[in-house]
Design a protein around this ligand. Structure first.
Ligand code: S3P
Length: 450
């Protein structure tokens, strides 16, 4: 069994990644993190037993499981890796006896704040050093309008105590920032709220909450208004029916072997069972525009989500200037996209990415600093990066690169090491356990010596 959250108490685990021979073979990546969180939360609110296959057993998702257990859901994993969840019914969550430890997980925190806001209970949220720096005001604002009350560390940060309210007041909320977490927090609060809760989304973000709420039987509609914004309406006091969910592989995790296979000369790798929801597939489009050879085999639907196998061949990449409106469809993939750009031919300009500054780390500064340290040409802007690629020449390498408790920074520089002259040392690989257990084994399966 994977360990429970809080594993960050051990000492940092540095690791050096060196140039790899051509990567080959067929690999699978763990279950989608966003879908896994939502599967546990909605199952815990359905009456009866839901089963979840392919759940991501990373620390972030286990933090959600522990929180739902602390509020009354019965959650067990059987020997075949299937998770069985007996829910308490919408409105039935119990007062947790202890603080909810969210570890490193912003998604657990923000979605659960929404879920609890319309329950008559008090809960305290705590987290690690990275999570305790992240802004929660973006969910506190709409949930306060619905009637919940909050006390928090300065700047709307953790530790934070929420006092929920039942019945809450339904609202119509226009997202001031393109965030699926904020959208989902409001919708989840709306589940136990009388009337219609509405979220207006000017730029589309991942729609797993909408798909899964419908799958569980909630009345939810999506319309496009005259400005092109998505208007999501949820009828409250919903009754959720237990489901059998099969979680597809996480495209955000597939991003690492995908870019590794594009960059290491002579590689050809198949990544099976990857989620291809269009609100998540932006990196594939971008890499193809850069000249990457990525084919989609066996397109199919799994658990209401499009899925396929990716066949990736080493390619000569060229620089790009992606439109900022595409950011939500690849928001977690920028760190590894920056690595691809650092080895591409010519100039790449990434702008409109202020949101990257409030992820697990400030991903603009962390990536710019690390990439420069290993020999890349990078200019940091207020809202993005300008990268001059090597045209396929390996980066010099070096380190240690500071990962600042950010899993995606650690994995991005691991991949950079596979195409470096002298190797890249990552200062701490522990954060990878939040989203990608088995990452090192996967690199070995493809032929890297790690
Ligand atoms: C997520 C939404 C995104 C993403 C995060 C997961 C989700 O965050 O970065 O990893 O599951 O809803 P934002 O809502 O802050 O963009």
């Amino acid at each position: 069994m994977p360990h429970e959250p809080g594993a960050h108490s051990s000492a940092p685990t540095p690791k050096t990644f060196t140039a790899a021979p051509a990567l080959t073979g067929t690999v699978t990546v763990p279950g989608d993190k966003s879908i896994s969180h939502r599967a546990l939360m909605l199952s815990a609110l359905a009456v009866g037993e839901s089963r979840v296959e392919g759940l991501l057993e990373g620390e972030d998702v286990l933090a959600t499981a522990a929180a739902m257990r602390a509020m009354g859901a019965d959650i067990v994993r059987d020997d075949d890796g299937v998770w069985h969840i007996h829910g308490v019914g919408v409105g039935g969550l119990l007062q947790p006896e202890v603080a909810l430890d969210m570890g490193n997980s912003g998604t657990s925190t923000r979605l659960l704040m929404g879920l609890l806001a319309s329950h008559d209970l008090t809960a305290t949220f705590i987290g690690d050093a990275s999570l305790s720096k992240r802004p929660m005001g973006r969910v506190i604002d709409p949930l306060s309008t619905m009637g919940a009350e909050f006390t928090s560390a300065p700047g709307g940060r953790l530790p934070l105590t929420l006092r929920g309210i039942c019945p809450a007041v339904p609202i119509e909320y226009r997202l001031p920032v393109a965030s699926a977490q904020v959208k989902s927090a409001v919708l989840l609060a709306g589940l136990n709220t009388p009337g219609i809760t509405r979220v207006v989304e000017p730029i589309a973000t991942r729609d797993h909450s909408e798909r899964m709420l419908r799958g569980f039987g909630a009345e939810l509609t999506v319309e496009i208004d005259s400005d092109g914004a998505r208007v999501i309406s949820l009828v409250g006091e919903a009754e959720l029916q237990p489901q059998h969910i099969v979680v597809p592989g996480d495209p955000s995790s597939a991003a690492f072997p995908m870019v590794a296979a594009l960059l290491v000369p002579g590689s050809r790798v198949t990544i099976r069972n990857v989620g291809l929801n269009p609100t998540r597939a932006g990196l594939i489009d971008l890499l193809r525009e850069m000249g990457g050879s990525i084919e989609i085999a066996n397109p199919r639907e799994v658990g209401g989500e499009p899925v396929g196998d990716l066949v990736v061949s080493a390619s000569t990449l060229t620089g790009v200037e992606p439109d900022p409106d595409r950011a939500p469809s690849m928001i977690d993939e920028y760190p590894i996209a920056f690595v691809a750009a650092a080895l591409a031919q010519g100039h790449s300009v990434f702008r409109g990415l202020e949101e990257l500054r409030v992820k697990e780390s400030d991903r603009l500064t962390t990536m710019a600093t690390g990439l420069r340290l290993i020999g890349a040409q990078v200019e940091e802007l207020e809202d993005g990066l300008i990268i001059d690629g090597t045209g396929g020449e390996p980066l010099a390498g070096g380190g240690p690169v500071a990962t600042l408790l950010d899993h995606r920074i650690a994995m991005s520089f691991a991949v950079a090491g596979l195409v470096s002259r002298d190797g890249v040392t990552v200062d701490d690989m522990r954060p990878v356990a939040t989203s990608f257990p088995g990452f090192l084994d996967l690199l070995r399966t493809m032929g890297a010596t790690v």
